[in-house]
Design a protein around this ligand. Structure first.
Ligand SMILES: Cc1ncc(COP(=O)(O)O)c(C=O)c1O
Length: 393
């Protein structure tokens, strides 16, 4: 029995696995058991910001594991404090709460919003169609897609999902009872769809008018991927709360809620917590990620490499206008929408030694490590051009 058969025999059937048995990863490449090398252009779905087996991350994990892998949150832990200091410095937010995953930060942010609103007569939460905030019940309450929700209700009350990028629908949905508005400024799973400037302006105006909290889900887009530390920084808005996960644990499970001082202050000791949140080994890996981002200017690099990749994808779109509907995104968070389901192109790219992902059925998604070079970008564009050319003009 090979690994696929063994998996099918014992694990829940919740994931569609790629037909690829990975032996190890190194930098921007993964190596299969048959020795074949693949350029990874979706980087653990935005987790592997420094690629695989980055020496600084490996060293940090090893050193911390030898000190202690767990203490419990009864104890002060240097790696937690240091990573929080780095996140505060990079983000401009003064307070951090650590969780273990993206969806847990969504749950924590919902709780903060409800608590904050409970003394202000504000208990409604507004979110948007096509978004993705996680798989737990609170997160699902902020989403609309049947694929994730069907059969799992009933969901949380006082949550309303309104049409994404529709300023007038949004204007009718928010009131003085709105506690929070949750959004991905660049929807990831939903097909790499950025918020429009028109919508951002409406959000900003209604934020000022009604005084609700803006909660930016930066789980996929955060930590420099879009060419700015946060995706929302491409817009004139000031969220009170930001949720992060994916890249900040260097490949280990870690999430973080960042908040303004007065908002963080609604949680007093004992009101919220987690056994594993802020695990010292995950935090040590996260410190290595942020230090490396700083040392090598990887946010600026994401903007530069991203512009090159976008120019390449745009040129394919210009040459094959009937095959490519749109190219979207910022920095190294880009999507190319095809005129057909994208799974075939993903397979064709893999046959050419390049791993990409397809989301929202027709959108080829690029989330490469921030350490990719121009040569990797050019190789990806050349391969994709061949794949799309084969569909005919
Ligand atoms: C924008 C966004 N929010 C939330 C999540 C959920 O994160 P996790 O899978 O770590 O729970 C994801 C995961 O893909 C995401 O992309």
């Amino acid at each position: 029995m090979d690994l696929h058969d063994r998996e099918a025999a014992v694990l829940f059937h919740t994931y569609k696995r790629l037909p690829l048995a990975v032996e190890r990863g190194d930098g921007v490449y993964v190596y299969a058991q048959d020795g074949k090398r693949y350029l990874d252009m979706f980087g653990g779905l935005a987790v592997n910001a420094l690629g695989y087996a980055h020496p600084r991350v490996v060293q940090a994990i090893t050193a911390q594991a030898a000190r202690y892998t767990h203490l419990s949150n009864y104890f002060l832990q240097e790696p937690q404090v240091r990573l929080a200091e780095l996140l505060c410095r990079h983000s401009g937010y003064p307070r951090v709460f650590f969780a273990n995953s993206g969806t847990e930060t969504t749950e924590g942010a919902i709780k903060i919003a409800r608590k904050w609103g409970s003394t202000r007569g504000k208990e409604d939460i507004v979110a948007f169609t096509n978004s993705f905030h996680g798989r737990t019940m609170g997160a699902l309450s902020l989403m609309d897609r049947p694929k994730y929700r069907d059969g799992f209700g009933p969901f949380l009350g006082n949550c309303r999902v309104v049409e994404f990028n529709n300023p007038s629908a949004f204007a009718t949905a928010v009131t003085e009872h709105t506690a929070a508005v949750f959004l991905e400024f660049i929807q990831g799973e939903g097909g790499v769809r950025p918020v429009s400037m028109e919508f951002a302006a409406a959000l900003d105006a209604l934020h000022t008018k009604f005084g609700f909290l803006i909660i930016a889900d930066e789980i996929q887009s955060g930590a420099g991927r879009t060419g700015k530390f946060f995706g929302f920084q491409h817009y004139p808005v000031s969220p009170e709360i930001v949720t992060m996960a994916k890249p900040i644990g260097g490949g280990l499970p870690l999430g973080a809620i960042l908040a303004r001082e007065d908002v963080a202050g609604v949680l007093e000791p004992g009101m919220h917590g987690t056994t594993f949140g802020g695990n010292p080994v995950a935090c040590a890996a996260g410190i290595a990620v942020l230090e490396e981002i700083d040392a090598h200017g990887l946010v600026a690099a994401a903007a530069l490499r991203g512009a090159r990749l976008k120019a390449g994808l745009d040129s394919i779109a210009a040459d094959f206008p009937r095959r490519v509907r749109e190219v979207r995104g910022f920095g190294l968070m880009l999507g190319l929408e095809l005129d057909r389901p994208g799974d075939g192109a993903v397979d064709e790219m893999r046959n050419r030694g390049i791993l990409i992902n397809c989301t929202d059925a027709t959108v080829l998604r690029f989330l490469p490590p921030l350490i990719i070079g121009d040569d990797h970008v050019d190789e990806t564009v050349a391969a994709l051009r061949e794949v799309i050319a084969a569909y005919g003009r």
